[in-house]
Ligand binder design. Structure first.
Ligand SMILES: [Zn+2]
Length: 434
């Protein structure tokens, strides 16, 4: 039944991926045969053999009640392996130092390809709640690795694959595309594919192709984003005069260490008022920079840094945001805010685990987006079990259980009900819950 229910979608996804990459690269599907092989209990998600792409059957074949996550995973998997036909198979890396390159391109292009089918909002929300969470989980630690790593021995190649390659690299790519402009980015990548087709190339070869279309200092940029680890802490300071903004200062510094790395990237800032939002895009270029974009605007109720969720780092949180959170109608902005709150909690800035748990649990009945609901439920589970003492848990468990159970019993989509019920299963401790 699952197979029957899935075949049409699978072929449609395959076909739309091929069409998308052909159009984007200007290069016809590079091999003589198209084909997919569903593999039961496959140890990988997929493998990009030309003409016989291997795909894990659990991911492929879904029933009618599949969740948004399962559908996303399937479209991502197919788009990823098809992207490899150009990125990895048509042009292959010289050596495993650049193994990440084919993976990031496959992921990045898969996002573009599936994004072409979905609306921009779902694309941005998916990008934010998958890639950023996974990348931060590694890059916030001192044990993180850079995107580009030297590999001495081929037998260790498997060690290179992880969240930095699969998740930080697409974020880096998106910022690279924003930095040089999407048309220039596409031109540079196409030059690279044509120049090295049916051959081998490295990441520096691609940078050379991109430099042709950009005046940016890609060497420095590459050093911080690709050859080193970590993320920036991004703070701001506003000076007001007569209740209007006089100065808006943005600062960044590395989370760890004394280096003066600067992450060049695009940052969206939103000023929230009772009936309106003022949103501007800033190019971060310096350790400290003044933006004139907001000069003369009235003092807002609160400021949301990283409003589009594209920027990488830990962002200062405006403490007034929680009391006005119902004004944040855009699911991407809500997700960005949830993530920032959690990262600040981990860094002991702005909010305590208890307060954040309280806030997330009060969002359970308000959050309508499936991806966001999953995000806060996961956070609740982590904070509850890992960031509160047994004594604190005892104090809050009844209330948290009641809030979650109340949310489960609201009229909801099946998927949201399922997510909330799983959340309840994860946190319940009371006798009555049994
Ligand atoms: Zn891959």
């Amino acid at each position: 039944l699952k197979i029957q229910n899935s075949l049409d979608s699978i072929f449609q996804l395959y076909n739309s991926s091929v069409t998308f990459y052909e159009n984007w690269t200007g290069i016809h599907y590079p091999f003589q045969k198209n084909g997919m092989v569903a593999v039961p209990d496959f140890q990988f998600g997929g493998m990009e053999h030309p003409g016989a792409i291997l795909l894990q059957n659990n991911t492929l074949f879904l029933d009618k009640n599949a969740t948004q996550n399962q559908l996303n995973n399937r479209s991502n998997l197919i788009a990823h392996e098809v992207a490899h036909q150009w990125f990895g198979d048509l042009v292959t890396m010289n050596w495993f130092t650049d193994v990440w390159m084919k993976e990031v391109f496959a992921n990045y292009m898969a996002d573009k390809s599936t994004g072409a089918l979905a609306d921009k909002l779902s694309y941005d929300l998916k990008f934010l709640t998958t890639h950023f969470l996974a990348a931060y989980s590694v890059d916030r630690t001192l044990g993180s690795n850079p995107i580009r790593q030297k590999l001495g021995n081929l037998q260790d190649a498997g060690m290179l694959y992880g969240s930095i390659i699969y998740d930080k690299a697409p974020i880096m790519m998106r910022q690279l595309e924003l930095l040089i402009g999407s048309e220039n980015f596409q031109k540079g990548v196409c030059d690279y594919l044509k120049k090295y087709e049916y051959g081998n190339a490295s990441w520096p070869d691609l940078i050379i192709c991109l430099k042709k279309y950009s005046n940016e200092n890609l060497t420095d940029w590459n050093q911080v984003w690709v050859n080193e680890t970590g993320r920036p802490i991004i703070n701001y300071k506003i000076q007001y005069k007569n209740n209007t903004i006089k100065n808006f200062l943005i600062k960044q510094h590395p989370e760890y260490g004394s280096k003066k790395n600067i992450w060049k990237q695009t940052l969206d800032i939103a000023l929230y008022y009772k009936d309106s939002i003022v949103k501007k895009q800033i190019d971060l270029k310096e350790a400290q920079q003044e933006t004139t974009e907001f000069q003369g605007h009235k003092k807002p109720l609160f400021v949301l840094i990283n409003a589009s969720g594209l920027c990488y780092g830990v962002f200062q949180i405006d403490s007034s945001i929680l009391e006005h959170f119902n004004l944040v109608k855009d699911p991407v902005q809500r997700a960005s805010c949830y993530i920032s709150l959690y990262e600040n909690m981990l860094n002991h800035t702005a909010i305590t685990p208890q307060k954040l748990l309280h806030f997330f649990s009060s969002q359970l009945i308000k959050e309508t987006s499936e991806l966001n609901l999953r995000l806060i439920c996961n956070y609740i589970n982590t904070i509850y079990w890992e960031f509160t003492t047994p004594k604190e848990r005892k104090n809050i468990s009844t209330q948290l259980e009641e809030k979650t159970w109340f949310a489960v019993n609201q009229p909801l989509t099946n998927n949201n009900k399922k997510i909330l019920f799983e959340c309840y299963e994860n946190i319940f401790q009371s006798r009555s819950a049994y």
